[in-house]
Design a protein around this ligand. Structure first.
Ligand code: IPM
Ligand code: MG
Length: 350
């Protein structure tokens, strides 16, 4: 029986990169591919960014590939109105995907596309391990409204349990064991109580991994070192919101957000969610200008971690780096290649 992949194209450039990815998937194997709506596309059809049917189908699939969610069309000040991003957050929570892996390995061929100097990029190979189902993203939110809106107040709560930190720490330490045996845990322990708990747990978990060198870094310092000495990092372990921010920053080492894939994993044997981190990019949607490489690299992660096809994963990664070596550049990398041209190129190398 062929494995089932659910594709969730979503909004903005999501449908373009997902249709490119479906071509790639059909090329490398025979998978059953089923497409379902999420985000704004789902709001338009069903008035909710994630239907129970979509969540259920994802939970029982072999792997899920997502394009992007969000866009101006669904932005509103109405607190009751559904938001596209909530679909993604509910999907992460509903599939219990607590571990988000974002590898950053700039290709030497694309060094010039990065705003960071070439000398600093040499040897950069880092992995952001972001906690994905806890923290301020999922804590209690409140807005106290007044007739005079200048009196309004709002609050978001950041909460972590020992167990939530412990399980993501194990994922990060195990990843470090497979890599350069270095782990940097990032927090704001000089200010936040959740960060002090984070440090305590990570230091405790570290005792199980004597072969991994642990460093503890405050998030502001980490943000600085990611641009000043990016090659010094191996695995970066951090909580949900810091991970969101630091992974966009790290993506720029690769020249563009359009290059960075991600894998969101949960319990062993439950399906993962694979997605480019670039978002819906409404300004270029529908123009054929989207860079499909982050999605292709996400397909590679899906083949490896979700579909038990490591050699196909490697073939896709090799094709992407070969295409970059030979000068393939989409607009975000300063070139002219369209989404379809980039896809044709990658397929021609497989
Ligand atoms: C990401 C995105 C999401 C996040 C948004 C779309 C909710 O920025 O995957 O990094 O903040 O997690
Ligand atoms: Mg983000």
């Amino acid at each position: 029986m062929s494995k089932e992949v659910i594709v969730l194209p979503g909004d903005g450039i999501g449908p373009e990169v997902i249709s490119a990815a479906a071509r790639l998937l059909n090329y490398v194997g025979s998978f059953e591919i089923n497409s379902l709506p999420i985000g704004g596309a789902s709001i338009d059809k069903y008035d909710t960014p994630l239907t129970d049917e979509t969540l259920q189908a994802c939970r029982t699939s072999d792997a899920v590939l997502l394009g992007a969610v969000g866009g101006q069309k669904w932005e509103t000040s109405d607190p009751e109105a559904p938001r596209p991003e909530q679909g993604l957050l509910n999907l992460r929570k509903g599939m219990e995907l607590f571990a988000n892996l974002r590898p950053v390995r700039p290709s030497p061929a694309a060094y010039e596309a990065s705003p960071i100097r070439k000398e600093l990029l040499e040897g950069v190979d880092l992995l952001v391990v972001r906690e994905l189902t806890g923290g301020i993203y999922f804590g209690q939110k409140d807005r106290i409204r007044h007739t005079d809106k200048t009196k309004d107040t709002a609050q978001d709560t950041c909460e972590y349990s020992w167990q939530e930190i412990e399980r993501i720490a194990h994922v990060a330490f195990r990843a470090a064991q497979q890599r350069k045996h270095k782990l940097t845990s990032v927090d704001k322990a000089n200010v936040l109580e959740t960060s002090r708990l984070w440090r305590e747990v990570v230091t405790d978990v570290a005792k199980n991994y004597p072969d991994v060198e642990l460093n503890l870094l405050l998030v502001d310092n980490a943000a600085m070192q990611i641009v000043s000495k990016p090659a010094s990092f191996d695995v970066i372990l951090t909580e949900n919101m810091f991970g969101d921010i630091l992974s966009d920053e790290s993506a720029m080492l690769s020249g563009s957000l359009g290059m960075l894939p991600s894998a969101s994993l949960g319990k062993e044997d439950s399906p993962g969610l694979f997605e480019p981190i670039h978002g819906s990019a409404p300004d270029i949607a529908g123009k054929g200008a989207a860079n499909p490489l982050a999605t292709f690299l996400s397909v590679a992660l899906m083949l490896r971690y979700g579909l038990d096809s490591p050699s196909e994963a490697e073939a896709v990664e090799t094709a992407v780096s070969k295409a970059l070596d030979e000068g393939l550049r989409t607009k975000d990398l300063g070139g002219q290649a369209t989404t379809i041209e980039a896809t044709d190129k990658i397929l021609s190398y497989l």
